[in-house]
Write a protein that binds this ligand. Structure first.
Ligand code: AMP
Ligand code: MG
Length: 323
């Protein structure tokens, strides 16, 4: 086995990538659903993916300099995610299987974020802080399972930022614009909600929306959203580091793009004598190299596809680590 073609389609991004069995990333192509206003409507996202899938796969193969006939394994992200989007990725894999007789395997999207982060940052066994649109989880390996030490009790951090962004008239995704506006803001109080090892963002978003309608500036609200949300996350991460005694923290997921979040976690790590790493932007958010790499790990670990299925709610702590 040499080449694995990965297909990502869990949420806003349709991606295709070629990765070798040794973890060399030969291509990583994607197209992202975006809107100027409003959020992600699942069926619109799936339509977007159907429209772009062939050309994205074509580009990934071209960029890698290989023909579909030499692909040894196709890995699709089988969840968690939006069912209409997941269906597109699975159909793609099935089409390649039916047309070219390619071997197919499924990969968990969240797990793939972790393992690509470890691969490209060369970090072994960190505490992972996984912050994407839907997900906010602090995760570490214990035995042969990844354990979720803390997570959001309601919306993911990215979605919280996007929801607030929508309320103040920003497009989707709102995270980058919030980061910009925050630079001009100062602090107004927002609810800081940590329960045990878990965090909650929903009340904070509502409160920020209320303050906006009362005339508090976008800049102040963006600044305060960031400070409060990121401090909550740092508190939980710090406790996970203390508990597990791991020496590294690795930030992954699309929100890893945020420089203020990186700074806050870095300061916490330094105080704890741990090392902080953030996945480079092109591997932090949704893309298909991670699905290809997770497919390689699954396949080499002995996993095989039984049926073409997808699992919108599959959790990372349900999966046996076989690699
Ligand atoms: P993912 O689902 O992993 O692709 O991450 C997408 C999420 O990351 C969206 O909710 C974005 O708003 C968020 N995001 C992207 N860039 C930034 C940023 N600079 N600051 C905060 N959030 C961001
Ligand atoms: Mg993701």
């Amino acid at each position: 086995m040499r080449y694995c073609l990965g297909i990502e389609s869990t949420a806003h991004t349709f991606g295709a990538a070629v990765v070798t069995v040794d973890g060399e990333i030969l291509s990583n192509e994607k197209e992202m659903f975006a809107t100027l206003s409003g959020g992600m409507i699942p069926n619109e996202v799936a339509d977007h993916h159907r429209k772009v899938k062939d050309r994205v796969i074509e580009r990934a193969l071209q960029q890698a300099g290989i023909d579909i006939s030499v692909v040894d394994l196709v890995s699709y992200s089988h969840g968690p995610g939006l069912p209409p989007s997941l269906l597109v990725g699975m159909e793609c894999a099935k089409e390649l299987h039916d047309k070219y007789g390619l071997t197919v395997i499924g990969a968990n999207h969240a797990l793939a974020h972790l393992t690509i982060g470890s691969l490209v940052c060369k970090v072994v066994d960190p505490v992972y802080v996984y912050v994407s649109g839907v997900n906010t989880q602090v995760i570490a390996l214990a035995g042969n399972r990844y354990r979720i030490f803390g997570e959001t009790l309601d919306v993911g951090l990215g979605n919280a930022l996007d929801k607030f962004g929508r309320a103040i008239g920003l497009g989707f995704p709102a995270g980058p614009e919030i980061e910009n506006l925050a630079q001009e803001g100062s602090y107004v109080e927002l609810p800081y909600v940590v329960k045990g090892m878990d965090v909650s963002f929903a009340g904070l978003v509502t409160k920020a929306q209320q303050l906006f309608s009362k005339g508090v500036s976008k800049e102040d609200l963006c600044y305060s959203m960031q400070e409060v949300c990121f401090a909550m996350l740092a508190e939980v991460t710090e406790r996970a580091v203390a508990h597990t005694e791991k020496k590294d923290v690795l930030l992954i997921g699309g929100v890893a793009a945020n420089k203020r979040l990186c700074t806050i976690l870095d300061v916490m790590c330094t105080a704890r004598k741990a090392r902080f790493h953030a996945a480079p932007l092109k591997y932090a958010g949704d893309q298909a190299a991670m699905i290809a790499w997770q497919g390689v790990l699954n396949y080499l670990g002995g996993k095989r596809l039984e049926t073409f299925e997808f699992y919108p709610h599959e959790r990372i702590d349900e999966i046996d680590v076989v690699w």
